[in-house]
Write a new protein. Sequence first.
Lengths: 111, 113
Amino acid sequence: LAKTTQPISMDSYEGQEVNITCSHNNIATNDYITWYQQFPSQGPRFIIQGYKTKVTNEVASLFIPADRKSSTLSLPRVSLSDTAVYYCLVVRNTGGFKTIFGAGTRLFVKA
Amino acid sequence: DVKVTQSSRYLVKRTGEKVFLECVQDMDHENMFWYRQDPGLGLRLIYFSYDVKMKEKGDIPEGYSVSREKKERFSLILESASTNQTSMYLCASMMDRASYEQYFGPGTRLTVT
């Protein structure tokens, strides 16, 4: 299963758009990309998933280029409460379940 | 809202003890998972279950076993706890194989002394 690589940390200011990019060079045809958010002392919370192109929900957008070797989570107009760790996952749900959580990106939003 | 609960938030056990971590979900999900989370390593999958009495090993099953006798409950068992099993343990559930959205519990911080 494709290993994911993402920046260890990022800083931003309130009201800015934040883009976190994850690379997954060895992603396979049947693998999906998902992103989770985790606050201290809590379990991760699902944000968004996608296979290719662009997916948008009420919280974020996910951009996946045609080669699918990377993905970018876009958080519009972040607030202080978006300070958290963000994990990019590649998930395989055929022929058994496989997933790899990377070390995550610690996003710090400043006032 | 899906609710995943874990039996304890904090647990302290001695080396060699048998430890049971319990997880319950209330949304009739088919799949349940156990992860451990360690600083700098992210979450690593220990075991998962896709149906009652069915289980599959994850990436780090050594030293652990699981039990799923009822659909809503998934137990993680440390047969003989060791200090290197000190960690945060997270349980998750997922509706079915067509879904990729996992719902996590709050975690159990286990310390083995």
